[in-house]
Design a protein around this ligand. Sequence first.
Ligand SMILES: Cc1ncc(COP(=O)(O)O)c(C=O)c1O
Length: 382
Amino acid sequence: MPQLKTKVIHGAVSTDQVTGSVVTPIYQTSTFLQNGLGSPKEYEYTRLGNPTRHALEALIAELEGGVRGFAFASGMAGIHAVLSLFKPGDHLILADDIYGGTFRLVDEILSKSGLTYDLVDFSDLSVLTEKFKPETVAVYFESPSNPLLKIHDIAQIVALAKSHGALTVVDNTFATPYFQRPLELGADIVLHSGTKYLGGHSDVISGLVTTNSEKLADHIGFLQNSIGSVLGPNDSWLVLRGIKTLALRMEAHAANAKKLALFLDASPYVSKVYFPGLKQDPGHELAKKQMDGFGGMISFELADESKVKPFVESLKYILLAESLGGVESLIEVPSVMTHASVPKALREKAGIKDSLIRLSVGIEDATDLIADLSAAFEKVNA
Ligand SMILES: Cc1ncc(COP(=O)(O)O)c(C=O)c1O
């Protein structure tokens, strides 16, 4: 069985079956010539299937240990397709610090068609246990979570969900299969915003989904084609190319994040650092157990909330922008950016304060990044 570092290069469909091209070609076509009436070929119409997209779909399944993969036009499109598995009256248990857009999709759109939900802090399994109802069909969470980088015990949550006949859906965007494979821990569906570390270069929006159940795969495949929010061949190719360097990039992100987290932890201007790689972090031991690395994301709170705006606006290399997982470092303020769609009261209940800053550590030289943070702290506190 090849290692993940080999799979990202040679996994799934790595060479073109027709020409032998070592790089998967971009099959920029909407339709395919048929053999004759009533004898369909493997490919008929690109919404249904396209060889470039299929190479990516096979690759994500292989990396995560799924039976089939699915590529969507965005992470949200993938999440929408997965949540479309459920019907009016079904009940979901969502972690209380999931991505704001996921919360908005459930709260403002899917709830209108009869899906119900509870938002729960997944770090307390006794609270989670109490939320199961006969109608509960799935638990849904991220680990590490966005933006508080909480580490949730995937195997224990899976056991709890299974005992209530519910599915476990894990958004593995922050860890990527390089650092964590939830299907191996018993989860039923894994999904990604491929826009982030998988694409890796902040140049494509995409979503990826995989599952280890043939039955769920058939259903998700039906939904992908019926809803139609598929990833185009060009964008599929970009994600495929990004994944080839996933191992190198994730190692570099994680090494830099560790250095920056230690710097922030020692800074008098920072009141709290959220990073599972720090020994004192509540998720540290669990992360060591269920992950192969701590990832490249850090969140932190400034001691003086009034300095948040001038601080994030004073950085030179660390860019003020939404998103994460690209080669460049990005910084954002969840309360007014990525999580602005979560009502303030719910945000605060989940611990997402206005002084919280989220940093996606890039693969630049760590010394330059630390110098950038340091200069901004000095400037705004002068
Ligand atoms: C953890 C997580 N899941 C899903 C999404 C949605 O992905 P996309 O922006 O590709 O639609 C995001 C976006 O930031 C995210 O951070």
